[in-house]
Design a binder for this molecule. Sequence first.
Ligand code: ZN
Length: 294
Amino acid sequence: MLTLTFLGVGSAFAKRNYQSNALVEVWSAGPDQQDSPDDTLLIDFGTTGPLALHRLKDEPGFSYLDDNGVIRYSAIRRIFITHQHGDHVGGLEELAGITAHHTSHSEPEENPKPQLIGVENVLTNLWAHTLEGGLGVLAGRKASLRDYFDVRSLPVVQDGGPDRFALLDRYELAPFPTDHIRLRERHDWPSFGLLMTDRDTGETVFYSGDTRFDPDGLGKRMAAANLCFHEVQLEDHADPVHATLSQLRTLPAEVRGKTYLYHYGDTWTDEAYAFVAGEFAGFARPGQRYVLFK
Ligand SMILES: [Zn+2]
């Protein structure tokens, strides 16, 4: 079984919800029969990620994340980074710093480094432009990303899409490029979504990451998926870098009906958005464990 729980569902600047980061859990039997999952993967860990995880550990079913009142960071085995914005990477310095402290005081097999997964240009920029400032020196020596993480850098393969990775050898996670921020043209600033596939059944789940509305680029994946999570911006904007709600309403009804919206602003409870529950699967909710594959 594969499950996904949002730590938060808010936009970058939302204050009523934490930012849109998610915890994917892999279960050989299921959360009803196991105290903790077989494997864990965070999709992004932004500025509000540590506070959101701190809260989630107190929720029923998530006590394996709790270590006497503090976050058990060793329970986070992998982190996939979609792109470099602060609401997706801003919590990594804390995670890396605390994890490095634990690993330096124990045998490597007791506290293995968490795996950091990303497409190679995302990870290169992440260290050079974001993390090196706070993590670049360790007790009298220069440090690198590999001092903190087991780095899994995914190459960009020849067809233009990056490589993929698997969990429990059954669930395949394939990043695909998204049209989020442009320097000059589409895809020239790296950002990615994830297509998750159950190799046993062929079922897929679509997770958009940050993207503009892109039915030509992403529509086929969404149409073929059993379940979709798509980012949204509630208000219209002249040149949006996110998919606006009015744009997403133009998707076919059968696609909308299986699509949860996340990455939304603080006005989501306004009466003006009451139609979302009827036209889409609804607004994704934080702390709820969505079953992706049984
Ligand atoms: Zn972004």
